[in-house]
Design a protein around this ligand. Structure first.
Ligand code: TXA
Ligand code: MG
Length: 318
């Protein structure tokens, strides 16, 4: 029997019983549990085979709930929350004592966001506790952007995927931490860095070597298909160099004419970066199922969401 369901009250019942449920968000599907239930949180880590040193994101229904999670909110964090929530921005702030260390991997900070998905907002409002939810994929594999992606990964391991359709943004939230009250990007994501800079001024990105394992989303190999993947700004040449292989191709806006290409996904014919981001993981899931020798992806323009797409594609190649 399928574990997909649109029944919010069923999800409420399972979560109240300390079970885990996969939930839709605007970015990717999450594997959710009660932040105060040791049983549920342990089960999230075990199901994902995620190392316990990798902390989880707490999902709350409204900015008004932030005070229940964190002790101190710098001025710029307040501005960012008011501007972007509900939405794909996660803030890392000083945690309240009541937030279990299992969630934060022993750290005194906690990652928190208000997701922008009508089903999950309704669900959160019906619960007496926030939900911890990492992306609903086995550790380091491609994140799920449809309920079916989650079902393929976990159909024998979880009881329910709350089906909210395909994720509109399609790449994980942008993570912002604070040092001396100043914001720093810990992970590029679905909120473009330029949009954040409009609100808080120039912002630094901490590169993967500095931040891992604080944010394993920044680990070099992550979001990765099983098929060998390459990222290039000269796709025609790289395709020509692999003529004897079964090739899959991901491009931004134009199709490549080459008889050797077995499967090709153009992410946005009209050149829309947001559309490309929303389709990226589904393209990787699709190509990864096709027994290809290699997936060759074209580098995106290095601004706005193009920067976040390049970040994910680069990690997929490691
Ligand atoms: O869009 C998203 O953020 C999705 C949806 C489900 O909300 N969630 C997601 O979770 O991407 P996950 O667990 O795959 O990635 C969370 C990232 C991890 O890289 C983790 O290390 C980082 O957030 N993180 C969590 N708490 C942190 C903390 N206290 N300090 C630094 N990084 C933290
Ligand atoms: Mg993840």
């Amino acid at each position: 029997m399928s574990i997909l369901s649109k029944d919010i009250s069923k999800a409420v019942a399972l979560l109240n019983a300390e079970e885990i449920v996969a939930i839709p968000t605007e970015t990717v599907y999450g594997l959710a549990g009660n932040i105060y239930s040791e049983k549920a949180i342990t089960s999230i880590f075990e199901t994902k085979q995620r190392p316990f040193f990798n902390p989880l994101i707490v999902h709350i229904p409204s900015v008004d709930n932030l005070g229940e999670i964190v002790d101190y909110i710098p001025e710029k964090a307040k501005l960012l929350a008011e501007t972007f929530w509900p939405g794909p921005l996660t803030l890392v702030l000083k945690k309240k004592n009541t937030i279990p260390l299992l969630i934060t991997a022993g750290k005194d900070t906690v990652a928190v966001r208000v997701p922008n998905h009508p089903t999950t907002l309704k669900l959160l409002r019906q619960l007496d506790f926030p939900l911890a939810a990492p992306s609903a994929n086995p550790f380091s594999s491609i994140s799920p952007t449809t309920a079916e992606h989650v079902e393929t990964y976990f159909k024998d391991k979880i009881k329910m995927v709350l089906d909210g359709g395909a994720c509109a943004s399609g790449i994980e939230s942008t993570i912002v931490g604070f040092e001396n009250d100043e914001p720093i990007i810990y992970r590029l994501g679905s909120t473009a860095i330029e949009d954040i800079e409009v609100i808080v001024g120039k912002i630094e990105i901490k590169n993967s070597k500095e931040i891992a394992p604080d944010a394993p989303g920044m680990l070099e190999r992550h979001y990765a298909p099983k098929t060998k993947t390459l990222l290039t700004d000269n796709i025609i040449n790289v395709v020509n160099e692999h003529m004897d292989k079964r090739i899959g191709v991901i491009t931004y806006r134009s199709k490549i004419e080459n008889a050797n290409i077995k499967e090709q996904v153009v992410l946005s014919k009209s050149g829309d970066l947001a559309e490309s981001a929303s389709k990226l993981y589904d393209a990787l899931h699709q190509l990864d199922k096709m027994q290809l020798d290699i997936i060759i992806a074209e580098k995106f323009p290095d601004f706005g969401l193009g920067k976040s797409i390049n970040d994910r594609l680069l990690r997929a190649t490691k």
